[in-house]
Each structure stands twice: as structure tokens, then as C-alpha cells.
Design a protein around this ligand. Structure first.
Ligand code: NZQ
Ligand code: ZN
Length: 386
């Protein structure tokens, strides 16, 4: 196991009818900017619950943050923060609203002229405006981590960053929000969280016995409850387990002391930037090809995964490892996700070359757990995913 230092400062408030607890979490003298998305919170009662809890708070609203939070719009929000002398941010939404809010937290303290530079330079902010979240969509884990991903339509880019100052102060996780989530987003949530675990697990044996078993248990729980929640979002027990699994999949715990891959996400982000495909679906497109392409390097963990998560008991290491990839792809299909790029767009020709060029231009010459995946490898993997 590798050495590590782990601190996760986010307070989690979990459970039924907990949105009202907001009242106690936001400092009484704060001037709050409440950020939200395209309006789902106004239809499902979440908006009312937040407004009731914060009836006595000095609060301004900023809605309209789209799925894949858009830089230009966030710059409008930054103006509001500065003009209104906001001191506290509140995200009410899914990963997009939370990531947008995190970026604003960093941008509010940024001294340069163009906050996009923070993303380009992969800065790790140590200062940020404090913010809390009310999660409405289990998926990304953004509610308990310090990462964010921002999209810029102007340049068709989608870049990630993070830093110690960007953990939410608190996050409210009320599984009742799940009842209004459309099937497409539930499917995305299960797939994204599942892939987050795979990114931190499907590497090489690194002696993290507990981390491996944490990871496997999250995967098993998602396999058990994911289809149940998709079938019936009012199933509270399934929904609560789904929600907590998504948070645990990417709050840093299972990543401690072990290598991480994250190349699936890096390639996937490009597919969202280029074609607007939902984040989770890009992962389901890339992951099977990625694991096939890197079979030799990953086969021990693939075989362990097949055995422990999918109960594959027959065959050699290679047989089991291959079965692990097939089981994963079949699970995505069972959820209703297509796993080939050509099933999302007919303009896929040239995509692999474009992604390879972008990685080269950005100096991303060695991705993955061994920093050995070159832009040329990425090109081949994306081609396999056509
Ligand atoms: O905008 P509204 O109207 O609120 O509708 C949203 C949106 O259309 C809807 N929705 C959310 N909660 C709902 C609901 N509809 C009904 N009832 C509810 N309770 O769902 C749609 C998608 O929302 P979005 O926030 O975009 O989804 P998700 O949570 O999957 O976030 C995706 C974004 O997070 C990034 C992705 O790249 C993408 O930009 N990621 C962030 C990560 C992180 N910070 O750690 C890691 C991830 O790997 C990921 O990259
Ligand atoms: Zn993800």
C-alpha cells in the first residue's frame, strides 16, 4: 500500500426530510447566492423546501446552469457574486450545478483575469468561497469531493480540476429527491458511480486489501440496487443505498493508498465536449475498449473483479478477466446504455485522431495508473469504441 494523507472535511446530512436542516448550516450573517439548474427543483418541491429553510437568510438566486456547466454562464454568475458582495454559495442540483458552484468558489478568490486559466493550468486552489450543497441527483460524488469539470462551448472543451479548498462545507443527501429523477438520469447515475469505482480499482494489485473490498462492495451494491431504483424511483431503501453508494464511490476513501487510472474519464470528457453525449454514457463507450486494449496490464484486477463481484469461478486468469469485461458491458446494456460511439453519432470518423491530438497539445503524454497510456494509445482505444 502507498503512503497517504486523507482529510475529507465535508459534513454529510443524510436521510428523509433533511433539506430543512439547511437552516442550521448556513452562517446567519451570510449573503448567499443559491445556484440551480434548468428548473427541475421548481417542479419537485426541492426549491420550496430550500426557500422555506432559508426564509430568514439574505439570499439571491441564479438558475439555469445546464448539464455540463458552461463557462460563459458561470462568468455571469461570477459578476453577480462580485456586484452583490456574496459571501456564501449554495448549490441545489446534481453534479453540474455543484461543479459550477465549486468553480465559482475558486473563481471568486482568483486574482488573474481569466478564471479558465485555472483549468488549463490544472491549478489546485487553496482558497475558495465557502459553499454547501443540496444534492438532487446521485451520480458524480461531487457533493463530497473537491473535483469539478467545466465545459466551454466556445472551444468545445471540457476540463477538470480540484483542490483542497473546494470541498463543500456540508451536503444534504435526501433520498426522497430521487423520486422525480427521469430514467435517463438514473441510468447515468448508476453508470457514472460504477465507473468511478472501476477507475480506482481496475489497475494492478497494490496491496490495498481493504480498499479493494470497499470498491467491490460499492460495485455489488450498485448492481443490486441500480436496476431497482431505475424500475421504481419511489423504492426508498434502494434509493438511499444508491445515493450513498454514489457518494462513497468518489469521496476519496477508496482511492487512498492505491493507484488510480482515470483515463476512461479523460477520453470520455472529450466525447462530451465534441458531441454533447451524457457524461456517464461516454464512460460506457470507452471503458470496455480501454480494458480490452490494456488487458495484459489489468488482467489480475479484472480477474479478481470477475470472481468477487460477478461470481465468475471457472477458467484461467485470462478467461476470468475477459469475462469481467463482458459482464461490465452486459451490465451497461441491461441498464439501457449503448456502448459504441456510432450508436450516438454518425460523425464519429476522425474522433480518435482529434482526441489524440488534443492530448498531445495539452502535454497529456502518459495517462493511466502507470502514466504509460500515450495519445496514440488513446487513439486506438477510441477507434475500438466506434
Ligand atoms: O437542470 P435541471 O432542471 O435541474 O435538471 C437536471 C439535469 O437536466 C436533472 N435533474 C437533477 N436532479 C433532478 C433532475 N431532474 C428531476 N429530478 C431531480 N431530482 O438531471 C439532469 C442532469 O443533471 P447533471 O447535474 O448534469 O447530472 P450529473 O449529476 O450526472 O452531473 C454530470 C456532470 O458532473 C461532471 C460531469 O462531467 C458532468 O459535467 N462530473 C463531476 C465529477 C466530480 N465533480 O467529481 C466527477 C464525474 O466523473 C463527472 O465528470
Ligand atoms: Zn464520472
Amino acid at each position: 500500500m502507498n503512503n497517504f494523507e486523507y482529510k475529507n472535511p465535508t459534513k454529510i446530512i443524510f436521510g428523509k426530510d433533511t433539506i430543512g436542516k439547511l437552516t442550521n448550516e448556513i452562517p446567519a450573517d451570510a449573503k448567499v447566492l443559491m445556484l440551480f439548474g434548468g428548473g427541475s427543483i421548481k417542479k419537485n418541491g426541492v426549491y420550496e423546501q430550500v426557500k422555506t429553510a432559508l426564509a430568514k437568510t439574505d439570499l439571491i438566486e441564479f438558475g439555469g446552469i445546464p448539464a455540463n456547466p458552461e463557462y460563459a454562464l458561470l462568468m455571469d454568475a461570477l459578476k453577480v457574486i462580485k456586484e452583490e458582495k456574496i459571501t456564501y454559495l449554495l448549490a441545489v442540483g446534481g453534479g453540474s450545478v455543484i461543479d459550477g458552484t465549486k468553480f465559482l468558489s475558486a473563481a471568486a478568490e482568483y486574482e488573474g483575469a481569466e478564471p479558465w486559466e485555472m483549468l488549463k493550468n490544472k491549478e489546485r486552489p487553496t482558497k475558495g468561497m465557502p459553499f454547501g450543497t443540496v444534492l438532487t441527483l446521485p451520480a458524480t460524488g461531487s457533493e463530497m469531493n473537491s473535483g469539478l469539470v467545466i465545459t466551454r462551448e466556445e472551444t468545445k472543451e471540457k476540463l477538470a480540476m480540484g483542490g483542497p479548498a473546494l470541498f463543500p462545507t456540508f451536503s444534504i443527501l435526501d433520498p426522497l429527491v430521487i423520486t422525480s429523477i427521469p430514467e435517463r438520469q438514473l441510468v447515468n447515475g448508476v453508470t457514472d458511480a460504477f465507473t468511478h469505482v472501476l477507475e480506482q480499482y481496475m489497475t494492478y494489485p497494490a496491496g490495498g486489501l481493504l480498499q479493494d473490498r470497499f470498491a467491490e462492495s460499492i460495485l455489488q451494491t450498485l448492481i443490486e440496487v441500480g436496476p431497482k431504483v431505475i424500475k421504481d424511483p419511489t423504492d426508498y431503501e434502494a434509493g438511499a443505498n444508491f445515493m450513498w453508494s454514489c457518494t462513497m464511490a468518489l469521496n476519496g476513501l477508496i482511492q487512498q493508498g492505491v493507484p488510480g487510472d482515470w483515463a476512461v474519464h479523460m477520453m470520455g470528457h472529450e466525447l462530451t465536449a465534441l458531441f454533447g453525449i451524457d457524461h456517464a454514457r461516454t464512460l460506457a463507450v470507452v471503458a470496455p475498449s480501454h480494458y480490452k486494449y490494456n488487458f495484459e496490464a489489468k488482467k489480475e484486477k479484472l480477474a479478481q473483479y470477475a470472481e468477487r463481484v460477478w461470481n465468475v469461478t471457472e477458467g484461467s486468469i485470462d478467461d476470468k478477466a475477459y469475462a469481467g469485461i463482458e459482464k461490465t458491458e452486459a451490465f451497461f446494456h441491461q441498464l439501457g446504455i449503448k456502448t459504441k460511439l456510432s450508436e450516438y453519432t454518425d460523425k464519429f470518423e476522425g474522433t480518435a485522431e482529434e482526441i489524440s491530438k488534443r492530448f498531445t497539445d495539452r502535454g497529456w503524454l502518459g495517462l493511466g495508473e502507470r502514466q504509460a497510456l500515450t495519445p496514440q494509445d488513446a487513439e486506438k482505444i477510441v477507434k475500438m469504441a466506434y
